[in-house]
Design a protein around this ligand. Structure first.
Ligand SMILES: Cc1cc2nc3c(=O)[nH]c(=O)nc-3n(C[C@H](O)[C@H](O)[C@H](O)COP(=O)(O)O)c2cc1C
Length: 173
């Protein structure tokens, strides 16, 4: 279970160049596998992670619309790439560049998801921070019911302005 009392701190853990943080979930986002690097960065034990919703590492600075986009994409059977700020058990944080893919069963149905995360470039993180800040601000202003729509609008506005698709934007950073 996610502990709602964790207070976010400014303590950053930076991924090393050759690190891969890997996890697998069931179709509902419950963690079924985590590698040692995930355990190291999140600060949770394997026992705490397995059987728990993946939002255990959700950071309050992350816009809800970002996760909506991730879930919409993977549930439709496609892969997705995203920059994510995650929260450690001690309130610290770590930035990742994640690739999430659906896992298919023999009949083509989705039986779970796999995420592999690499160290993002500092330059990309610096560009993502203000975008996520704008999205979170719009989500807060809109209120819980309209949050995802408001956050999505900020992202769509940026894509329209740059003339890029989401994937093009992510890989241009
Ligand atoms: C394979 C997989 C990996 C995920 N990895 C993360 C992650 O590292 N951090 C995170 O905050 N959410 C991750 N999520 C998304 C969470 O399931 C959840 O949607 C998100 O944390 C938002 O939580 P909330 O719906 O409670 O706001 C992942 C989902 C899947 C399917």
């Amino acid at each position: 279970m996610k502990d709602k009392n964790i207070v976010p701190t400014q303590r950053e853990r930076v991924m090393r160049e050759n690190d891969f943080i890997v996890s697998k979930t069931d179709p509902k986002g419950i963690i079924t596998y985590c590698n040692p690097i995930f355990i190291e960065f999140s600060g949770y034990t394997e026992e705490e992670l397995l059987g728990t919703q993946h939002n255990i590492v959700r950071h309050p600075d992350m816009p809800r619309a970002a996760f909506k986009l991730v879930w919409d994409t993977i549930q439709s059977g496609k892969e997705v790439f995203a920059y994510v700020k995650n929260m450690c058990k001690d309130g610290g944080y770590y930035w990742v560049f994640t690739h999430v893919t659906p896992d298919f069963g023999p009949s083509g149905n989705i039986v779970g998801y796999t995420s592999v995360r690499r160290c993002p470039s500092r330059q990309a993180v610096e560009k993502v921070i203000p975008v996520y800040q704008q999205m979170v601000a719009a989500e807060k202003a809109a209120g819980a019911r309209d949050a995802i729509g408001a956050g999505t609008q900020v992202l769509v506005g940026l894509l329209t302005k740059t003339g890029m698709s989401y994937d093009e934007l992510v890989f241009s950073l």
